[in-house]
Design a binder for this molecule. Sequence first.
Ligand SMILES: Nc1ncnc2c1ncn2[C@@H]1O[C@H](COP(=O)(O)OP(=O)(O)OP(=O)(O)O)[C@@H](O)[C@H]1O
Ligand SMILES: [Mg+2]
Length: 584
Amino acid sequence: MQHLKYLYKFLWKHKLKLLVGTFFVLISNFFALYPAEFVRKAFDTILENTHNINHFNNTNKIILKYTSLILLFSVLKGVFMFFMRQTIIVVSRYIEFDLKNEIYKKYQQLNLEFYKKNKTGDLMNRISEDVSKVRMAVGPGLMYTINITTLFFLVINRMLDINSKLTLYTLIPFPLLAISIYYVSNKINVRSEKAQKQLSKITAITQESYSGIEIIKSFNQQKNILKNFVNQCKKYTKKQIDLIEIEAFFFPLIIVLIGSSTLITIYIGGLESFKNNISTGNIAEFIIYINMLAWPIASIGWITSLLQRASASQERINKFLKIKPKINQNKTKKTLIKGNIKFKDVSLIYNDTNIKALNCINLEIQEGKTLGVFGKTGSGKTTLLDLITRLYDTNSGKIFIDNIDIKKINLSSLRSYIGYVPQDGYLFSGTIKDNIIFSSDNYNYNKMVAAAKYAEILDEINSFKDGFNTIVGERGVQLSGGQKQRLSIARVFYKNPLMYIFDDCLSAIDKQKSKNILINLNKKMKSKTSIIVSHKISSLEKLDDIIVLKKGEIIQKGSHTDLIKTEGYYKEVFIKQSSNLENI
Ligand SMILES: Nc1ncnc2c1ncn2[C@@H]1O[C@H](COP(=O)(O)OP(=O)(O)OP(=O)(O)O)[C@@H](O)[C@H]1O
Ligand SMILES: [Mg+2]
């Protein structure tokens, strides 16, 4: 259970509420205890007066008194149980909130490498299922533990006061009850987890089959997909049936064990009553006590298994919270920069694949100049850009911005200066407007329209029925590839940053539109450092400088006019692309 120690800080934070909650538990148990005594007294009164008709009215009054008291105490017990839940369970929801936020904050800090290593499903589970399991331990788990302990001591004390022999006999089945409930709950948990996992699988399959619907249909794979789906559903049903089988044991088990305790009470209690050691009312009182103890004792097993699961979940959460972000956040003051970028002997090997994506890059982009990056697929273009945005850090060598080591610049201020259009322009499932203004904290309609205009997408947006309020379907499925790219570009224009970084984001845009965007960019880029990665030479020819990458190394460097005069890869591609066939 040591992993749950992490929760102390949260429990401490809410200590007052928890203390008040414990107090409510005590009071509610106090009110739960007395009705049993009233029942005994009522029984004994009836027994004493059954043969005396003259005492009827008096007996009636006494019985009425006890009935009202039982009713009153039950209501009070209920009221305090309500308060008990209102405090302890509410605290568990606060802790759930705190823990979820802590995890989410961590997600935001961790770098790209972490996301490449971990599956989305696992990350989602940490924040949803694992936190829920922990909440169950700090909510119901804690509440029932306090409840059981106090109730147990109060009731057993009361029972021992009446008759210790009868107490011992009636309690015989109880340890058995606790152990078997523990065993059954554990099995229930294991099976329910299996069913849950299967359900997640079905959800994943369903989700994939919707998002990949175009490919499924075009490859005519509907039947196979359906077959797979039905198979997974069958497995799920089987797992649910397994679960129901074991769940069906739960209540009968409790009933059998309470029943046996009750029988023992009646039998031993009867014998004791004959010997005049207890009254018959005591037997009734005992039966009530047994019923009061049954659920708490059954809960011991349930709580133990709850705590075990919470501990396993917390262990996973702790492991993840301990991960230190590899990219140092650098909380120094916001650094004012102008935009001179310098690479000095920069290399990068990706840890997970051991691929040397960049090898000893030396490069300088003067403030306000434009650089084109050209090269075959896999040559390291995206990697080069990722180092500037610090999605990754260099293994060796240094990058300087305005002669300041990039690692010494406040990370969030660095990123605020950069307008980055990634290669796979991701769109969120909101409206077009949401996607464009995403890059800034302020909303300005005119700026948004201008950004769309510069990105050559304004006409299309206006032609949509809902204009800027058109919902971009999940992953932007309602838009064409080129439209998605242009929206990603509009997002960056709206940001109006100090530096522009375009990663092959004109690939699905026709030549004329690409040209216009670049002209607009040129207008905007005036005095702004920009890097443009492209496979199309037409997108690079106007830039100040161009580098050609091959296997992570710069093999050619110069302006477009220089490069087309020099024998090499750039010139080869230029000739091919200039021919009508490739010049799309
Ligand atoms: N996150 C990563 N983890 C491990 N290896 C990576 C990662 N990203 C890229 N690589 C590898 O690094 C090399 C350079 O990749 P990079 O994405 O920089 O190429 P690129 O020039 O942008 O290619 P493209 O034109 O296809 O976009 C490739 O061999 C690739 O397999
Ligand atoms: Mg790339």
